[in-house]
Ligand binder design. Sequence first.
Ligand code: FES
Length: 160
Amino acid sequence: MDNQKKMTRREWMAAVFSGVALTAGYGVLAGEGLLFLLPEGGAPKTRKIFAGQISKYRLGAVQTFYDLQGNQIMVRRSESGFEAFSSTCPHLGCKVNWEEENNRFFCPCHRGIFDADGLGIAGPPGDAGQRLATVPVEVDEAGGVVYLEVKDVKVRGGKG
Ligand code: FES
């Protein structure tokens, strides 16, 4: 007696479609895995964000903004132009404040002091020769506007 059952046309179609679906599923999974493992091509993307009108900046004063990751940026106007600094202390990450009356940045956590150019001059950042991270500034004199160039937010599957 023959134990082999002959496959019906319906069973054969179901088997073929299951195989195709399984192959497509593993293909997508493999593609996603490969994208995760491979480094992103090209230079990191940046984006310009508005950092106020030039006329609203007082000499020696700081205005604060936030980048697209929510990090605070302090923009200072000096005789030589505009400079922007991260408010994150390079010592242990506390928030640094601008003290206009002392013309310096101060970190209250360990009494770290930075000069007006962001260089650590006292406390742990001074001892370690650390400085505040800078953020590129673009001044549009014609438009009377200041911009910051910040790291863009990666949107998975997006075009930017
Ligand atoms: S975290 Fe700023 S001085 Fe330590």
